[in-house]
Design a protein around this ligand. Structure first.
Ligand SMILES: Cc1ncc(COP(=O)(O)O)c(C=O)c1O
Length: 413
């Protein structure tokens, strides 16, 4: 197994780029949850970085204890849970007074953090159980899902094909492209949404039997179990006195799988906490009907798979949409998001990005100052990774020209 790295971003043990002496050029290996060693080296680059992929001592999600009927579902440990809950002291002056907390899913794995890791415990295990060897997915050029799929998919031995649609070119997007390529994903430029959909379908059909499709957001019921489980984790932390029960939980929302799952989890616990999704994309994609449908599908799945332990919760789920931070559209900078980027850095130690974290934090600040939430406990659920995988310049060679050209494009943020 690759050694555990010690730095705060999890990559301290790795010199990057590889030294000319070749010391870092020997292939690295990672241990899969099933105990298999996989080679991590692609395109001549040592990747993924040498960290513990599998959390030590995590045997099962809390959900399997709470709902034993779910125990037969495929699951593989990836999340180094529980993620801590902490006060948002670093930006208390910027937020204004009040009980303001955060849930640190930004460092839920030393390989890569953010809100894909908990859902991939179920999604990738399901693909393994079905005998799939290839993952096809799609996202924007700055997609965190593309990075998570490339990193965790490759580390578990899958081939990964990602179709990337256009969005404003930012520093974060350029970095994401290099990470995707260095991790060994096969990358394809998608263009607009329609062309990306067609290209994704074509990529899937090319090796239909071997492949599994992960849609943008991975918001299907199996994946959402990861965040129902996360809510049980938060409940345990509240009961242990680590923080008060929050009156509201705020997070950026796209496919809304995370929001819907947290809301169902809170309803299952009997909490009256409101889950506020800061909408970061068009209302056509994220609205009360799409969110209600994601919640209903997950609720139905749980009713079906755990009829004794789970009773329908979608009517009790308390969630709302905050559309105030979006601005001109998905990934487009706004003045307040640009102002929030350094606040994300003060909070998490890594620069924020405009698509999710900065817009959500700007909206969180507005809520924290609104009369309705005075005297209440608010929790910001950190969905961006603060683990920053190396983005070696050499990885540009593995990008197709249609994506490589973006590395020279002017940055909007
Ligand atoms: C950093 C970050 N936050 C929030 C989200 C939105 O999560 P969801 O698609 O579950 O709404 C995403 C989705 O990719 C994300 O990358």
């Amino acid at each position: 197994m690759c050694s555990r790295a010690s730095s705060t971003n999890g990559y301290g043990a790795l010199t990057w780029p590889p030294s000319s002496s070749g010391a870092n050029r020997k292939p690295l290996t990672a241990l899969t949850p099933s105990g298999r060693q996989v080679r991590c080296r692609r395109a001549g680059l040592p990747y993924p970085p040498p960290v513990d992929l599998v959390p030590a001592g995590r045997r099962a999600p809390l959900l399997f204890e709470a709902l034993p009927e779910l125990r037969g579902l495929p699951w593989t440990p990836l999340a180094h849970a529980p993620s801590p809950v902490e006060r948002m002291d670093a930006i208390a002056d910027w937020l204004g007074p009040g009980e303001r907390w955060m849930k640190r899913d930004d460092r839920i794995s030393p390989l890569y953090g953010g809100n894909k890791v908990r859902r991939y415990e179920f999604v990738l295990a399901e693909a393994q159980a079905a005998g799939k060897t290839r993952i096809v997915t799609a996202g924007g050029i700055a997609s965190t899902q593309a990075q998570a799929t490339a990193l965790f998919g490759r580390a578990l031995g899958f081939r990964v094909h990602v179709v990337l649609f256009d969005q404003p070119v930012t520093r974060f997007a350029k970095r994401a492209l290099l990470v995707d390529a260095a991790a060994g994903a096969e990358l394809e430029w998608g263009g607009g949404y329609v062309a990306t959909t067609l290209r994704t379908a074509r990529a899937l059909l090319r090796e239909r039997k071997a492949s599994t499709l992960i849609l943008p957001g991975a918001a299907n019921p199996t994946a959402n179990l990861g965040y129902v489980d996360a809510m049980l984790e938060l409940d345990a932390q509240v009961r242990a006195g680590q923080m008060p029960r929050p009156d509201a939980i705020v997070l950026p929302t796209g496919s809304s799988g995370t929001l819907a799952a947290l809301a169902l989890g809170a309803a299952h616990l009997g909490w009256d906490t409101e889950i506020v999704g800061v909408r970061i994309t068009t209302a056509l994609a994220t609205n009360r009907f799409t969110i209600a449908e994601v919640a209903a599908a997950t609720d139905r799945f749980l009713c079906r798979r755990a009829p004794r332990g789970w009773t329908a919760r979608r009517r009790q789920a308390r969630w709302s949409i905050d559309p105030s931070a979006l601005g001109p559209g998905y990934g487009h900078p706004t003045a307040e998001a640009l102002e929030a980027i350094p606040q994300v850095e003060r909070l998490l130690g890594v620069p924020g990005e405009v698509t999710y974290s900065a817009k959500a934090l700007a909206a969180f600040r507005r809520l924290a100052r609104a009369p309705r939430w005075q005297g209440k406990t608010l929790l910001f659920w950190c969905t961006l990774s603060s683990i920053v995988p190396p983005a070696p310049a050499e990885a540009a060679e593995a990008l197709p020209p249609s994506l490589r050209r973006l590395l020279d494009a002017p940055e909007t943020a």
